[in-house]
Design a protein around this ligand. Structure first.
Ligand SMILES: Nc1ncnc2c1ncn2[C@@H]1O[C@H](COP(=O)(O)OP(=O)(O)OP(=O)(O)O)[C@@H](O)[C@H]1O
Length: 260
């Protein structure tokens, strides 16, 4: 693996030779890359490139070989609940909120995951400060007592991000957060990512290239399980191999060892 291109930034997760096999099929094939603190990092690539599987491996959902070092721990050797407690969280392509519970209750329960004790919100008075803060950050104060099930699609995604905030996730993996959103919602989501960035590491799997262009600080491109290339939006867009894989004309254009 080559050295980071931005040596003044701090590595958050160092992934080395990460491989996931399903019955002999390599969905993620020997991927090495760095995720830097304070950076909005996009993971792109055609369907089936292995993006979600990579995040599944980093969040304990599928077994993988290689290593993913975060705060001196190997995420690949940890179970999901331990990974959450280590302040690494994720959202899914389909929002996973509890529809019948209110926005506030969803946030409170997510906070409970971090506190370990499963303290249902009904049993308690008042709203913890960090829940209020998350509510404000995601802009859902006006619907705090509404059941999550009635939220618009975009609002559900923001609630999911709020659920990571109350867990105090320092590394957040977001799987296609703007899929199905209108232009205004996409813009608001991008602004939200900037607001919560700070000292967090934010990894976004995304197909919406306008969104990537507007908000990516770093882009990693995967293709057929492998790392194709990585760089700024401008660098990646100018890379002929990236254009080729998106056009489907260069299935064997993958080069190895181009992480940073
Ligand atoms: N549980 C599984 N068992 C077998 N194959 C799987 C499994 N999960 C994913 N795959 C395969 O691994 C490959 C990578 O899938 P993955 O969902 O990670 O791609 P992706 O880049 O996230 O694609 P998309 O953008 O369409 O979500 C695909 O060929 C997929 O069919």
């Amino acid at each position: 693996m080559t050295e980071p291109l931005q040596p003044d930034t701090e590595t958050s997760v160092q992934i080395t030779n990460l491989t996931v096999e399903f019955d002999g099929f390599r969905a993620v094939d020997d991927v090495s890359l760095l995720m830097l603190k304070g950076q909005i990092h996009f993971l792109i690539g055609p369907n089936g490139a292995g993006k979600t599987t990579l995040v599944d491996a980093l969040t304990g959902l599928v077994p993988a070989t290689g290593s993913a070092i975060y705060r001196g721990m190997d995420l690949l050797a940890m179970k999901t609940n331990k990974i959450i407690r280590a302040e690494v969280g994720r959202t899914f392509q389909t929002a996973t909120v509890f529809d019948e519970l209110s926005v506030l209750q969803n946030l409170d329960i997510a906070g409970g995951l971090r506190r370990r004790a499963w303290r249902l919100p009904f049993a308690r008075r008042g709203v913890p400060d960090y829940v209020e803060a998350a509510l404000e950050t995601i802009g859902l104060g006006a619907v705090r007592d509404k059941p999550a099930g009635i939220l618009a699609h975009g609002q559900k995604q923001w609630l999911e991000i709020g659920m990571l905030l109350v867990q105090d996730a320092k590394v957040m993996f977001l799987d296609e957060p703007v899929a199905g959103m209108n232009a205004d919602e996409r813009e608001e989501t991008g602004e939200l990512l900037r607001r919560i960035g700070g000292d967090r590491t934010i990894i976004v799997i995304e197909h919406d290239m306008d969104f990537v262009r507007s908000f990516a600080e770093w882009v990693t491109v995967m293709h057929a399980g492998k790392l194709l290339t990585a760089g700024t939006v401008e660098q990646v867009q100018a890379d002929a191999r990236v254009q080729e894989v998106y056009l489907g004309t260069a299935a064997d254009a993958v080069v190895e060892g181009e992480g940073r």
